[in-house]
Write a protein that binds this ligand. Structure first.
Ligand code: HEC
Ligand code: HEC
Length: 281
């Protein structure tokens, strides 16, 4: 933990302002007693941040603990559903995911590279577009909605295969224009509260906002199980929630804007290990 963090925590505690138990920021994230995942890493060279912190660092001890054992982590109910879904035949072609992808472990590493530019469409692929591409074009099945249960569960199962591997999205070449758009959105003040993502997640992380301990808004843990709504939450669903909180009109899930923002935010976390599926409040 850096000095500023410590000082701030002490100041808040001394002044009696820290009404909520402040998380143990020195805690180590070890999952199932065997996989230790770094939650604080050095920022990439061109980063506006000094250090990168996983959102896990800012949660209470109880919430942190839920992510330390897959039996306690409620996300795994949905991961189990996705395992069944993976083997389920659907659509006009009579195929299941498993007909072509024999072992879900073949997706190891994929989560760390997304979103990524697709040369044939000129757009960014996300986990959702890749899954739906197989459903519609290869299975002859209905696409799943961006943030609905079956989609977030499948994303969690595929993302889990990369757990512990550092995020590593590419922002150069053809991805650059999407990166620039995402960056512009990140720093633009919007809504009745006239705030940008950066105002909270860059300028004020590690402070309390109402009863919530502000993080850097990293996405290495998504989909994330939230205690608040008892389900898996998608990245862009979270973006939507943050925009609504500042009384701005959110972009649509799956839109060019939100997908560019997803790439930009992912790049701010390059180097942070994947925690999918994480637990947050
Ligand atoms: C008829 C065969 C087929 C079926 C059925 C199928 N896929 Fe695919 N899938 C492919 C092929 C071919 C590719 C592209 C080559 C590759 O990257 O493996 C692909 C690519 C993907 C990718 C991107 C992999 C990467 O590294 O870029 C994901 C994720 C994926 N499929 C998930 C699924 C899921 C989830 C299902 C079930 C809902 C499914 N697929 C069903 C054949 C299939
Ligand atoms: C008014 C302050 C505020 C603004 C502005 C804001 N957020 Fe948030 N955001 C929060 C709070 C509070 C949380 C919950 C605590 C936390 O994880 O930081 C949160 C959580 C998140 C998370 C979840 C982090 C995790 O580890 O689970 C992401 C991602 C995120 N915000 C992204 C964004 C993006 C992108 C924008 C701009 C579109 C944005 N936020 C704007 C306050 C804000």
């Amino acid at each position: 933990m850096n000095k500023i963090t410590k000082t701030l925590t002490c100041l808040l505690a001394a002044s009696g302002l820290a009404t909520v138990a402040v998380a143990d920021q020195d805690a180590t994230l070890t999952i199932n007693g065997e996989l230790t995942i770094a939650t604080t890493v050095a920022a990439p060279a061109d980063s506006p941040l000094d250090e990168l912190f996983s959102g896990w660092v800012f949660r209470s001890g109880e919430t942190q603990a839920l992510q330390m054992d897959d039996f306690d982590n409620p996300s795994f109910i949905f991961v189990d559903q996705a395992i069944e879904q993976f083997a389920k035949v659907e659509g006009t072609e009579g195929e299941s995911c498993a007909s072509c992808h024999t072992d879900v472990a073949e997706f190891k590493g994929l989560r760390t590279t997304l979103p990524r530019h697709n040369a044939s469409t000129g757009k960014l692929d996300t986990m959702a577009t890749l899954i739906n591409d197989c459903r519609t074009n290869r299975m002859g099945a209905e696409p799943w909605k961006y943030s609905k249960g079956k989609m977030t569960a499948m994303k969690a199962l595929i993302g889990l295969q990369s757990r512990g591997m550092p995020m590593n999205v590419a922002v150069d070449g053809a991805a650059a224009e999407h990166f620039e758009l995402g960056k512009e959105i990140y720093y633009t003040r919007v809504g009745q509260l006239d705030m940008s993502c950066a105002n909270c997640h860059e300028d004020n992380y590690d402070t309390m906002i109402r009863a919530d301990h502000l993080s850097q808004g990293q996405i290495n843990g998504f989909p994330t199980y939230r205690l608040k709504n008892a389900k898996l939450n998608s990245i862009q669903g979270r973006f939507k929630g943050c925009m609504k909180n500042i009384r701005a009109t959110p972009y649509k899930e799956g839109s060019k804007e939100f997908t560019a923002l997803e790439l930009y935010v992912a790049s701010r976390g390059n180097g942070l290990p994947v925690e999918t599926p994480s637990v947050r409040n």
